[in-house]
Structures are given as structure tokens and as C-alpha cells.
Design a binder for this molecule. Sequence first.
Ligand SMILES: [Mn+2]
Length: 434
Amino acid sequence: MEDTIVSNSEFFQRQDDLISKVLPNSLVIIPNNLTSIRSNDTKYPYRANSYMMYLSNWLEPNSVLSIGNFNDLRETTLYVKPRDTEKEIWEGRIIGPEGALSNWPVDSSKSISNFEKSIKSQLSKYSNLYLIIGIDPEIDIIVQKYWDREILDPRLYLDEMRSIKSDSEIELMKKASSISSDAHVKAMAISRPGIGEWEIQSSIESHFTMCRSTKSYNSIVGGGDNSTILHYNSNSDIIDGTEMVLVDAGCEVNGYASDITRTWPVSGKFSQPQRDIYELVLKAELSAIEACQAGSPWVNMHKAASEVLARGLIDLGILNCSLEEALGKNLDGEYRKFFMHGTGHMLGLDVHDVGGGRQGGKPGPELKPGMVVTVEPGLYFAAWRDDISVPKKYSGIGVRIEDDVLITEDGPVVLTEMCPKTIDEIESIVGSAL
Ligand SMILES: [Mn+2]
């Protein structure tokens, strides 16, 4: 079993919490993610489903977790791939039902080949069924064969549980934050005029691997105008000595993500226009972090960042309008041409984690102690866009600064604070490993 800081008793506690929230006599079924083909007979690296990881830390594909509360007693069953010597010779060890039962937080364990038979008899004794539909279509079909009543969604409860992190989850997220911070510092240190975007990507991801972690999303390394493409990830261009690079990369540890963005000039020296934009985004970021207070609505951090950015865009002569017009009635004014995404998202087992965010213009959930959010304002002046006009000196500049923030009773705690972001710090690190 992989090292983890989360104990089996904590996993059992999560299962107990879940079954105390669902209706009496309910069965909750959580299928695991499918594997996916990369080409012919090679597969993408497998990543277990986050709900499966949250409730059982089971990481092998071809598996299903079921948790029932029949007569108020917990009944957790893990259906897993059976042992198979022939297969194991080629593909590696399979834990199997016996291994699962002795080391994982489950009450019983069976071969996945018995799933249909077992679920058929289980369903006949339960009065309610919860299933996350759409993860594994085959499981959906089997379950619906034996259940013609309404299927309920357990995510209603699970997302709320997952949005508040326990001490051990926070510890894992601190570990991920620290590895990602070091990776960014190393990448700054090897930066030089003419460096390839892929070289920076390789340095960052090799550090993740070296620390026995894995990237939690595809690394974004965009030099010059590429930095204005929000989800750029071909990382295939050479970066000119006059340009900055925007790097959005983070690793996960035991499934828990970190998510950091830094932007720096590959020469190690900010030009005045780069400095103007960088300082403005940094000011917006610090103001948004300050707004991450327990008890305040989600939208507050976005408001804080937006106000700083809108005012700054006017001061720099990029917007020629009133502050009201720049900001807009619903934070939808002129400034959105240059800051077109949200200020942050929840962070956890998924990099864009469950349980948060603004949807449909609503203020979003209240920030609570134990939540971890990202704060990531940015400004993007794409040279290739013909729908905007900005002073020439700012054309082709894109800056985003992103940190991971834990909400506590005593105010925001920046988990990624060891990753430098002041202009002085960055200028002293860039190129220092050459
Ligand atoms: Mn992010």
C-alpha cells in the first residue's frame, strides 16, 4: 500500500459520516474511473476517481465501492480485480479481494466478477439507492437492471464533506505545495534568454517525479504572447530574451493537488512595462488573499482582485473610462477584456475541486475554516487579438500569480508562501543556476 498520512480510521469515519447523512436503509455505490487508451494497446497513466480515493484510498481500476447503512449498521464492500498470475506477470501485482480486506478501510471485499450477482441481492434489501452515474457506464447498466426506482446522487453530501479539509488532508496539501514551490524556484533558476518552454516544463515535472509526486494537471508554460492563452499547453516555443514566461504547474501528493502560477522574465530583469503589469497583478492577488476570511462569501476575493485591477488599468492608461464602467455593475465591465477568468477555485483531490465557486452570478458559498482555495488574478494583453487595443508596450504581456490558501478562523494561511513572488526575489533567482 502506498504511504499515506490518512489513517484507515479516518476513512471509516468518512464512510460513517456519509451514511449518517443519506436516508435510512440506503446503499451508496461509487464506481472507480475507467482506464483510457492512449494508442493501440498503451494507456494513459491511471488516476483513480476522487470520490473513491476520498472514501477508501483504493487506486486500482476495475473496482466499485459500496457503502450501506442497513439497520443503521455500516456495510462497506469493495469489489476489486481478482488475482491473476498470468496478468500479473505482464502488468504487475494485483492486490485482490484478500489483500484489499486486510489493508484497506472496508468491511468486506469481493471479486468484481461477482458484482452483478452480489448487487442484485443487496439491492433487494435496501430501500434507497445512491449512485454517481456516468463514471462507469457498465456499472450504471447493471445497477439499473435491478433498480427501477429513483437513483439519488451521493455527491450532494460528499462534496460538502470534501470541501472541508481534515488535518491530515491539510498536511498532504502542504507537502504538495512545498514540492510545487521548489519546482517553480528551480525552473526560475535555470531560465535564460532563448530557453525552450519544454525545458522549463521538463525541469518542473522532473522535480515532481523526484519527490515521488505526480502533476495534478497539464503544466502550462507559455512564453511571450503564449502567456495570454489561458490553457496553453503545447509548451513548444523558444522564449525570447525580452519576454516573460507564465508557468502554471502543480503536483499532487496522495491525490491532493497544489496549483501554483508564477510569471517571470527569462532574462532575470523586468522591463518597465512588464513591471507595471506584474506589480498590478501582485497587488490584486494580495488584496484577494486578504479577502479570504472565514464567514465571507466566495465573491469577496473576486471583488477585491477586480477592484484593484480595474483601477490599475485606468491608471496605466489601458482603459479610458470611469471606474464604474471599468468594473461594471456585476463585475462584468471593461476590465473583463483583460481578466476573463475567476479569481479562484476550490482545491483538494481535484485541482478544480468540488464544493465551491460562483455559478450563475451568485455570490457562491461562504468561506469556512478548513476550505482550501486558489487565488489567481491575471491580466492578458494578447497581441493576436483584434478586439482590443492597448498601448503597444503592453502588447504580448500575460501575467498570472496564483497561490493556494487555507481558510482558518485566524485569517488566510498561504500554503504556497515559500514560492517567491516579489520582483526583487524573482530577479535574484532567475538564471542563478546557470
Ligand atoms: Mn488554478
